[in-house]
Ligand binder design. Structure first.
Ligand SMILES: [Zn+2]
Ligand SMILES: [Zn+2]
Length: 189
């Protein structure tokens, strides 16, 4: 998933990348949870052009996630779609302060800033795999939920409340109405 710097022009060049074996094995090594959650290979469409010395990348990354619902514990699939914009400036003689970023710049020909929207590049080849990995990590939901209205598991009996009400849920939710009905009866009587 390499960007060949010398081929880029002032007008946008459309590019397409599919996940390759190396990217997957790197991901399995560096962030195994993420590799496990990625249920389908990622695909990236982007357009790159030069703006003076800078490289301007814009596109989207797509894939599919398989996650465990935090409420009902069911496994479910969800589409992964993350758009991005990235401006890479030539590193020149600058060296990133963070050792990780410095290593990435030396190894991949690019390193990212804090916001994933800017970075530095050097050399003629830029390996974008690390950037794509950051995008996937960013797209991972912090609290996965199979659907907005998932009712989750009953904290008392552990039944899946999506399948229907369990006994304990009914007795609890009926209480306020029972109390209300009692009040009304007393008021009327
Ligand atoms: Zn759920
Ligand atoms: Zn229950």
């Amino acid at each position: 998933m390499k960007l060949l710097v010398d081929r880029l022009k002032d007008s946008p060049t459309p590019l397409h990348f599919d996940e390759d074996r190396r990217w997957r094995s790197d991901l399995e090594e560096s962030i195994p949870e993420l590799a496990a959650a990625l249920a389908a290979p990622i695909a990236v469409d982007l357009r790159v052009h030069r703006m003076a010395q800078d490289l301007y990348l814009e596109g989207s990354l797509r894939g599919e996630l398989e996650l465990e619902c935090g409420r009902c514990l069911a496994r479910y699939r969800a589409p992964l779609s993350e758009s991005f914009r990235l401006i890479l400036s030539p590193a020149g003689s600058r060296v990133p302060a963070e050792p990780e970023a410095a290593e990435a710049l030396a190894r991949n020909g690019m390193c990212l800033g804090d916001e994933l929207e800017t970075g530095w590049y050097q050399g003629h080849e830029i390996e974008l795999g690390g950037f794509f990995r950051e995008l996937v990590a960013l797209a991972m939901p912090v609290q996965p939920v199979c659907r907005e209205d998932c009712r989750g598991l009953c904290p008392r009996c552990g039944a899946d409340r999506n399948a229907g009400p369990c006994g304990c849920e009914e007795s609890r939710s009926n209480k306020p109405f029972a109390a209300l009905a009692a009040l009304r009866t007393r008021g009327e009587g």
